[in-house]
Design a protein around this ligand. Structure first.
Ligand code: XMP
Length: 506
């Protein structure tokens, strides 16, 4: 197990992902909350930080329990930390160094740079420079602009690097992490999907015993993988509830429910469409819609959960990014949109929580899903928001408008599949706009709905670029939509990236 101490860098999660990609397990802790018991850890990585070590309020945790006892790789701020507080010197750089650089000099025979050649490209992002190394420091590498790009401290397994090995632009970054973790710290590369499944299934058996568990399925990857894992551990004692909020894609409820049954899950489909539509009546404000949907879901789910006798646990498909975001050094991030599926259970349900995917990143969830034999198509599905089509229908959500959007969305998504574009896009959907536009049909003037198509590339939804779909495809889809869906006479394509535009329009 590897400990990553987070000083608030935007790249901390990326460090964890790279380590996991090496099949090595790691956990992120904020620097203020260093675990007291370090016996399970074989190595420590210190992250970068938005702070300067020269700031009065810069993070300055006591590392005496770690330093000299465990191998340390200190990245960026971490490297400056030792220089500043342990006998070296850090000063503001003349210019902020940001972007690609090359390691022009690498000291021979150092384990950290094994298999890494001179001129290797690295990614820099800092505005302070290490002018003097910490006491006992030995320079290991330099770039044209940065003399002390990497060092080690004599007599310890403490390494400092100014660049960011976790960023893709550091070409040998993964090799460097492997050198540190495997060659220097001796960690084992045994964190595989198979190992995770075996371990988790036995832990779940132990924790749950013969008690009953209830779980809400959404049709998404996370809840599905969580359900299959639990099913493997406790079988029929897992009660899955799949709620149709009437805001899903066309035919989605029926087809996914069918798939769940084929997977051997003990699942109950509940069609609560009318209840949700009722709750959405006259609501146009996006946050009001989200709240109404969230609350209705809780009511429906609670009603259903009461139907099951003696339930002890509530299972959730929470994944690692949701967990670490809530303990981030920067404090909980500002609510831009209230994603209601994080945050646990309402008090009145009084159930214990099990979250078998709590420690996994999204790509790991997919790999575990594949290991469990879940259908590729299901695992490769685009993310879909909890409030569903309600936040893609700008303005009033009515049965008729849901139906129109379902038709249009179906044509777009099926089109992406037919043109082999679906897997090239991270998320796609259609927005039904609250305006009408003028058109002509034959000799008649029409005044009908406008829809916007949206397709984005992303890795985690935090940032996204619009996808330049083939024009021929867009032309075909636009024609099909206008010809087939009565009430729509105009199709536009959203060419905005996030930031500043979010993926959803509401
Ligand atoms: P935005 O629109 O914030 O979306 O760029 C980022 C990702 O989050 C999804 N999203 C939601 N998911 N409940 C959810 O479960 C919500 O209220 C919600 N709002 C946005 C969005 O589809 C995208 O994948």
């Amino acid at each position: 197990n590897v400990l990553i101490l987070d000083f608030g860098s935007q790249y901390t999660q990326l460090i964890a992902r790279r380590v996991r990609e090496l099949n090595i397990y790691c956990e992120i802790y904020p620097y203020q909350k260093i675990p007291e018991d370090l016996s399970g850890f074989k190595a420590v990585i210190l992250s970068g930080s938005p702070f300067s070590v020269r700031n009065e309020n810069a993070p300055h945790p006591d590392l005496s329990q770690i330093r000299g006892k465990l191998p340390i790789l200190a990245v960026c701020y971490g490297a400056q930390y030792f220089a500043h507080f342990s006998g070296g010197k850090v000063e503001a750089s003349d210019t902020r160094e940001y972007g690609r650089a090359n390691l022009t000099v690498i000291k021979d025979g150092e384990k950290l740079f094994d298999k890494i050649k001179e001129n290797s490209q690295v990614w820099m992002s800092h505005s302070d420079s290490i002018i003097e190394l910490p006491k006992g420091g030995i320079r290991l590498a330099s770039t044209t602009d940065v003399l002390n790009a990497a060092y080690r401290i004599e007599g310890e397994e403490t390494y400092g690097i100014q660049f960011h090995p976790e960023v893709y632009h550091s070409t040998d970054g993964k090799q460097l992490l492997e050198n540190f973790l495997v060659k220097i710290a001796g960690t084992k590369q045994t964190w595989t999907p198979g190992a995770f499944v075996d371990l988790t299934v036995s832990e779940l058996k132990e924790k749950i015993g013969d008690k009953k568990v209830v779980l809400g399925l959404s049709g998404g990857v996370d809840s599905t993988v969580a359900a299959v894992l639990l099913n493997k551990a406790i079988g029929k004692n897992l009660y899955c509830i799949f709620v149709n909020n009437g805001l899903l894609r066309k035919n989605e409820f029926e087809s996914v429910l069918d798939q769940y049954k084929h997977m051997g899950l003990n699942v109950k489909g509940v069609d609560a469409s009318a209840r949700f539509l009722d709750a959405l009546k006259d609501l146009v404000d996006p946050e009001a819609k989200r709240k109404a949907i969230g609350n209705t879901f809780i009511e429906v789910f609670d009603d259903e959960a009461h139907e099951i006798q003696d339930v002890t646990f509530l299972a959730q498909g929470t994944i690692y990014p949701d967990v670490i975001e809530s303990v981030s050094v920067n404090g909980p991030s500002v609510t831009i949109k209230s994603h209601h599926n994080v945050g646990g259970l309402p008090d009145f349900m009084k159930l214990k929580v099990v979250e078998p995917l709590r420690m996994l990143f999204k790509d790991e969830v997919r790999r575990v899903g594949a290991e469990l034999g879940i259908d590729k198509e299901l695992l490769g599905r685009h993310p879909f928001p909890g409030p569903g089509l309600a936040i893609r229908i700008l303005g009033d959500v009515t049965e008729e408008r849901v139906r129109i959007l379902q038709e249009v969305d179906h044509i777009f998504i099926q089109g992406l599949r037919d043109w082999m574009l679906y897997d090239k896009v991270w998320q796609a959907g259609v927005i039904l706009l609250p305006i009408q536009s003028v058109g002509v049909m034959g000799d008649e003037r029409t005044y009908e709905q406008v829809v916007a198509l949206r397709a984005v590339e992303s890795t985690d939804g935090m940032t996204a670029d619009w996808v330049d779909l083939p024009h021929e495809f867009l032309q075909k889809i636009s024609n099909t939509i206008i010809n087939r869906v009565k009430g729509v006479n105009r199709v536009v394509y959203d060419i905005s990236s996030k930031p500043p535009a979010t993926i959803e329009w509401e």
